[in-house]
Structure formats: C-alpha cells, structure tokens
Design a protein around this ligand. Structure first.
Ligand SMILES: [Zn+2]
Ligand SMILES: [Zn+2]
Length: 278
C-alpha cells in the first residue's frame, strides 16, 4: 500500500459543481493515496461538513475550504478561503448564505426573463443540473436541449452574455470584501489558479496583497512547471503562503485526477499543508 501521502487543497463535491458526493470524494482520496484534502466548494461548506466525520474514519486529514467568485474592476477573480484553525465562522457562514440567496434570486429572475423572451424554461430545471452552483451555463444547456438555440455558444451570444438581451445582473462580492471576510474569520485567502486572471499577475499582486491577500495557488492542474515557478517566486517576494490543488470536479472534468492533476502534472509538497496552519 502506498499510504496516504498526497495532498490536494482544491476540490469540489456535488454540493457545488463537482460530480462526486462528499462520501465518494473521501473514498476517492483513500483510493488515490490523498491523505490531506481540502474541500473548496463554491459558496458553501455543506460538502465539507458532510465529509468531515467520514474523513476522520478514513484517516484523511480534511481542511475546511471555500471558493468565492469575486469582482475586481471588470475582472472575475476566484478566491480560495482556508480555515485550518478553530476561528469563529458564524458571521462568515451568514455572509455565505447571503451569497447563495443572491445567486438563487438571480436565477429566478433569469428564468423569468427567458420566459419573457418566449422560452419555456423554469428555474427548477436549471437547478436540477447545477445544484448549489446553478448559473448561466445550465440555462444555456437547457436552451440547447429544448432547441431554442443551436449551441451553448449561441445561447450566450444571443441571450446570456452581459451585453445580450436576456442578461440578468448578479451581485458578486468585491475581491477586497471576499478577502476581508475570509481573514476576519481567521482564514487564509489564496488567489485561485492565477493563470486564469486577466492581466499581469505580477503587476496586480501589490494591490491584491494590500487588500489582505495572504496566499497564492502556485500548484494547480492548469499550471506548467514555469507557471508554478513564477508563482512560487511571487509568493516569496510578497511573503505569501503557497497553496495548491487539482481543482478536482470528478466526472465533469475527467482529465483531472485527485492529488495528481492532469497526467501526473501536479505534485504538492507537504510543506504547503504545514505552512497553511501557521
Ligand atoms: Zn475557480
Ligand atoms: Zn475550483
């Protein structure tokens, strides 16, 4: 037996947009040798809360995490929050519930808008596909299934894009607010998959750090070795903690393996876990 030697600090369950239930994710961790795992579902701790007793039984160290979509000027920035300690999460949980409510409310308005445009689409249909992470891609899939558009691309171009006729605004927290809330709850705020950030990360980082960012996801399935080196260097320069994970979504991203990423391109050193709790 190889033992549970791997680390993965970025994973999703079916409480957000992954395909594995929390129990299945813990089974997968044991199967693949992941001994330390963070569940970082979008806007919810539900997957973590459910997985915690199962992880204890299985001997997997489970870290409480979350992923937030935030706005920074016109950019969308994903922010990871980790709560390895025993901080008081009451305020943070209430704030996260608020985010879920605003997402749900936007989806109700979006379904109504699409019906106005002549499409027979109900919010429950989208929620059946998207669960806690229901959003425009799920509405787009239904539009394709029902023959209103030929493709997901066309659904966005004709209807769902910000400049299109069906677009309905959703309030997303500002990056600074996301960071502030995570830190106030005793958490570590990490810039998720920085390669996806539009613009020069090195040039943006001083401002992000001034806002309270204290970690960066240097290891990620989308990163080349050169990317990882770049972010490790930036972490060092700005005295940031380093985090890393596969961004596992189960069958929804079958090419990404828990703990080892795409064809083994991910190898997260043990220190990453140790310094997270410091
Ligand atoms: Zn993300
Ligand atoms: Zn993610």
């Amino acid at each position: 037996m190889a033992g549970l030697s791997l680390i993965d600090l970025h994973t999703h369950t079916n409480e957000s947009d992954g395909s594995f239930s929390p129990a299945e994710l813990i089974e997968e961790a044991v199967r693949t040798g992941v001994g330390a795992l963070a569940i970082t579902d979008h806007d919810t701790f539900a997957g973590y809360d459910e997985a915690l007793p199962l992880a204890c039984q299985a001997g997997v160290e489970l870290v409480r995490g979350i992923e937030l979509s935030t706005k920074l000027l016109d950019r969308s920035v994903h922010l990871l929050g980790y709560f390895p300690g025993h901080g008081d999460l009451e305020d943070f949980r209430a704030w996260v519930l608020d985010l879920q409510t605003s997402r749900r409310e936007r989806n109700v308005r979006l379904a109504a808008r699409l019906r106005e445009l002549g499409m027979d689409i109900r919010v429950e249909e989208a929620e059946a596909l998207g669960r806690g992470m229901t959003g425009r891609p799920h509405f787009a899939r239904i539009m394709v299934q029902k023959g209103y558009v030929a493709s997901i691309r066309q659904a966005f171009d004709d209807c769902l894009d910000e400049s299109a006729k069906g677009y309905v605004y959703r309030r997303e927290p500002h990056f600074t607010e996301g960071v502030r809330r995570i830190r106030a709850a005793g958490g570590v705020a990490s810039l998720a998959h920085p390669t996806r950030l539009v613009g020069d990360v090195a040039a943006l980082l001083p401002d992000l750090c001034a806002a309270g960012l204290n970690a960066i996801e240097a290891y990620h399935s989308d990163h080349t070795l050169a990317d990882t080196d770049l972010y490790l260097g930036l972490a060092h320069r700005h005295a940031l903690k380093v985090t890393g994970g596969s961004d596992f979504h189960g069958a929804f991203k079958p090419e990404v393996m828990l703990g080892t990423g795409r064809q083994g391109n991910l190898s997260i050193p043990r220190e990453v876990l140790e310094q997270l709790a410091l």
